[in-house]
Write a protein of this length. Structure first.
Length: 97
């Protein structure tokens, strides 16, 4: 991204260090973008609950919202995609009992 030093290990050849000033600067920039998009989401999507922010590897935000609000979420500028999360239960044929 223009105006920011490279932070990717694939580019720098170094491990990602969250305390590195370049990483901190970029993470603050991303946080500002998230704040703006989340404010727009909360204004447009009734019942949305903001969860974890996933900045380091994924680049997204975990949200909880009614299923009938997905279209409203996708219409917010800055929202690129929505991925449904499933609640999976362990399947096993053996147990401690």
């Amino acid at each position: 991204m223009e105006g920011f030093a490279a932070t990717s290990p694939g580019v720098t050849g170094r491990k990602l260090s969250r305390g590195n000033p370049e990483v901190v600067a970029y993470e603050q920039h991303i946080g500002q973008i998230e704040d703006r998009v989340l404010a727009a989401i909360q204004a447009k999507v009734p019942g949305v609950r903001v969860g974890q922010r996933l900045r380091v590897v994924y680049g997204g935000v975990a949200l909880r919202l009614p299923g009938n609000q997905v279209s409203a979420l996708l219409s917010v500028p800055g929202v690129a995609a929505v991925h449904k999360d499933n609640i999976d239960k362990p399947l096993t044929d053996s147990s401690p009992r």
